[in-house]
Design a binder for this molecule. Structure first.
Ligand SMILES: Nc1ncnc2c1ncn2[C@@H]1O[C@H](COP(=O)(O)OP(=O)(O)OP(=O)(O)O)[C@@H](O)[C@H]1O
Ligand SMILES: [Mg+2]
Length: 259
């Protein structure tokens, strides 16, 4: 009996290990593909384009106009940073690791995706607390953006996107939930595999791979819970570096209604 359990355990560990190796090998190949660069750059370029397009509206206040220009420039800078990042990909050491306030970074990402959420009639609910993790700002933003973009895309007919940050022991929990199409068990298992997409030509299936790579490099883990036609919950656990947290005062629940 004990031996059977032991054998099962070994077989399970082997299969997990094999999957990891296959995934690592595929990642290696992908990381050399110029295609990933163009894909990564597409996000900020699309956002910049969107905000420049918004400038055409005649009724815009001076303040809004300035804000849109600022975001567009920041996004173009980000595109440039991504290219630099990929070109220096061979360098093993992360370059600009700093203390990042997850709440601030998340708010920035939510600002960026708000137009997309509105377009899909997605209501964004947030419950965020300030807390610090160590990492590269642009990579963390990229990671949050990829997950949130997927969540919104999973709700083409509207729904609720919930973004939640909390501290669990010595870890920061970032939970992003949607009420969208959900995933089957097989789809969950393939998440993070290069080129896995259910979006046909519209998707490249590279964004979740990038998410896994970034979270791993930050010493974190990812948990996925999903049910078909119910929705998906992506939980990121990252090592907490220094708490700025006073829950009773800071925790708040903002609701941004989709317009
Ligand atoms: N929140 C979610 N709800 C349902 N399915 C999801 C969700 N997030 C990811 N997926 C599934 O995982 C697949 C891979 O996601 P990934 O972001 O890597 O690529 P993509 O979204 O298909 O394409 P791209 O990101 O290039 O637009 C998606 O095609 C989708 O099937
Ligand atoms: Mg995606």
């Amino acid at each position: 009996m004990i031996f059977t359990c032991y054998l099962k355990e070994i077989l399970y560990k082997n299969s997990v290990l094999r999957k990891r190796i296959i995934r690592a090998e595929k990642m290696e190949v992908v990381s050399h593909l110029a295609a990933s660069i163009s894909h990564e750059v597409r996000n900020p370029l699309t956002t910049a384009r969107g905000f420049i397009q918004l400038l055409e509206q005649s009724h815009l206040s001076q303040e809004k106009r300035k804000q849109y220009i600022r975001i567009a420039i920041e996004e173009l800078d980000r595109a440039q940073a991504i290219i630099t990042d990929y070109l220096t990909f061979a360098k093993p050491a992360p370059e600009s690791v700093e203390n990042l306030n997850v709440k601030t970074e998340m708010e920035r990402v939510i600002d960026i995706v708000r137009p997309l959420a509105n377009m899909n009639s997605v209501e964004v609910q947030t419950s965020l607390i300030p807390c610090n993790v160590k990492g590269e700002r642009q990579k963390l933003q990229q990671c949050l953006l990829n997950i949130i973009k997927n969540a919104i895309e999973a709700m083409p007919n509207g729904g609720t996107l919930e973004v939640y940050i909390s501290i669990e022991k010595d870890q920061v929990l970032i939970r992003i939930s949607d009420t969208g199409v959900g995933m089957t068990k097989e789809q969950i298992e393939r998440l993070g595999e290069p080129y896995f997409t259910t979006k046909g030509r519209r998707g490249t299936g590279l964004e979740m791979m990038v998410v896994y790579r970034i979270i791993e490099s930050m010493g974190g883990t990812i948990q996925i819970a999903s049910e078909v036609n119910k929705g998906t919950q992506v939980s990121l656990y990252l090592p907490l570096t220094q708490s700025l947290h006073t829950p009773s005062v800071e925790q708040k629940h903002d609701i941004f209604a989709a317009s």
